[in-house]
Design a protein around this ligand. Structure first.
Ligand SMILES: Nc1ncnc2c1ncn2[C@@H]1O[C@H](COP(=O)(O)OP(=O)(O)OP(=O)(O)O)[C@@H](O)[C@H]1O
Length: 315
């Protein structure tokens, strides 16, 4: 599949805000989504991801601020499906219509040639069920059909809201590869998720949102370097001696509430040193905090519905 669109297309938001009554869903955010990479839009439930994407697509009107695709509001686009392809969480497909007819109807209303319908049905793996009624489709098949609709106009910008929802592992891998291929072709690709583990495998750049605000806007590699930590935890009654010995070996040692956290050597190496110096060790554990942990820590204050409130005790 080739990208016939403009390869410099970007999505740019300035002070983008959306209130629903007295609820602020999106709170004055600024961001730029660039072409040629996959940007992961990550946040816990209720963070404002869908509302932001709906504003990008002109389906919700910002309360204030703006979001532009290729320099203009998307709602003003003369050929919307050729400019932005989108998969939203709740996509309306007439249950009695076949997958093929659904796409043909979309194609006709966007002046897209009919041969493109069969092409995208093959791309998403629905070629063999193209004439079946969409109402009988599984959640995963429905997602594939939604993605087919997003790709129909061969758009330079692709926005996918939680695309792996309902997909089996093979489908998840397929979406991941698809997003990466679309970016490699020079398209602007924005993918939302509430799963850090998924984004870690898909995104080049991360935009983390919590309670309507941007919490991080950085490359995936910077996020990993800054947030994914690993160290060796040591508990010993000889804290001062142990710390002195390890620091003398050039290791990075910190004392956190009486436990030593050591970076620069693995657990067996540290154990050997303590053994040779006769230092008693009560615990020697290799700790690695995952990206999921880092994401949870970053968004901990922004989670709307958390499960750690005890019954009867208000949060
Ligand atoms: N039409 C609406 N009316 C009132 N409140 C809304 C409306 N749409 C969204 N909200 C609220 O705005 C906030 C952001 O919702 P949004 O759906 O954008 O979050 P999200 O990050 O996409 O979450 P999820 O992953 O659960 O879909 C939530 O508190 C939500 O309840």
């Amino acid at each position: 599949m080739t990208c016939r669109g403009i390869v410099t297309t970007m999505i740019e938001a300035h002070a983008l805000t959306k209130n629903f009554g007295d609820k602020t869903a999106v709170d004055g955010i600024d961001f730029t989504i660039r072409p040629g990479i996959v940007t992961g839009f990550l946040g816990p439930n209720g963070a404002g991801k869908s509302t932001t994407m709906r504003m990008i697509l002109g389906l919700d009107r910002p309360t204030s601020g703006s979001v532009h695709v290729n320099g203009h509001a998307y709602a003003a686009s003369p050929a919307p499906l050729r400019e932005v392809g989108a998969l939203l969480e709740a996509h309306a497909i007439h249950p009695g219509r076949s997958a093929r007819d659904h796409l043909r109807w979309l194609a006709a209303s966007n002046a897209i040639p009919m041969w493109r319908v069969d092409e995208v049905l093959e791309v998403v793996g629905l070629g063999s069920v193209a004439r079946q009624r969409a109402g009988r489709f599984s959640l995963g098949m429905g997602q594939r059909l939604g993605i087919a609709a997003a790709l129909l106009g061969d758009p330079p910008v692709v926005v996918l809201d939680e695309p792996v929802n309902g997909l089996d592992p093979e489908g998840i891998r397929w979406v991941r590869n698809l997003a990466r291929n679309l970016a490699t072709e020079g398209r602007t690709v924005m993918v939302s998720s509430h799963l850090m583990s998924e984004m870690a495998l898909t995104a080049d750049h991360l935009l983390v949102i919590g309670k309507g605000r941007i919490l991080a806007d950085c490359s995936m590699s910077d996020f990993i370097a800054n947030h994914a930590t690993s160290y060796i935890r040591v508990r010993t009654p000889e804290v001062t001696l142990a710390s002195h010995i390890l620091s003398g070996r050039g290791l990075d040692v910190s004392n956190v509430d009486g436990e030593l956290r050591i970076q620069g050597m693995d657990a067996p190496g540290i154990g050997e040193i303590f053994h040779s110096r006769g230092v008693p060790v009560h615990e020697l554990t290799s700790i690695s905090s995952s990206l999921e942990d880092a994401f949870m820590a970053l968004t901990a204050d922004s989670v709307e519905y958390s499960a750690h409130t005890e019954l009867g005790v208000p949060a």
